[in-house]
Design a binder for this molecule. Structure first.
Ligand SMILES: [Zn+2]
Length: 80
């Protein structure tokens, strides 16, 4: 867990745009940030495993064969 000061500093509008960077809103992690989901890889994995991210399911080898069918049926994309 990052220091509260650093989390608040990242949220604030910076004087120069190059100083802005992504930080996970759930845990404050800077590395492993997934822009598509707006959180870090660890929080993403935790939430995806619980099924709390819509349209994300755990990937498996057999999905390779039914990938297109799966997309048609459930409109979900294997991600993990
Ligand atoms: Zn996180």
């Amino acid at each position: 867990m990052a220091r509260k000061a650093l989390i608040n500093k990242a949220k604030a509008t910076q004087k120069f745009s190059v100083r802005e960077y992504n930080r996970c809103p759930l845990c404050g992690r800077i590395r492993g940030f997934m822009g598509k989901f707006g959180m870090c890889r660890i929080c993403f994995r935790n939430l995806a495993s619980k099924g709390e991210i819509p349209g994300v399911i755990k990937s498996s080898w057999w999905l390779f064969f039914v990938d297109k069918l799966f997309l048609l049926l459930y409109n979900a994309k294997p991600y993990l």
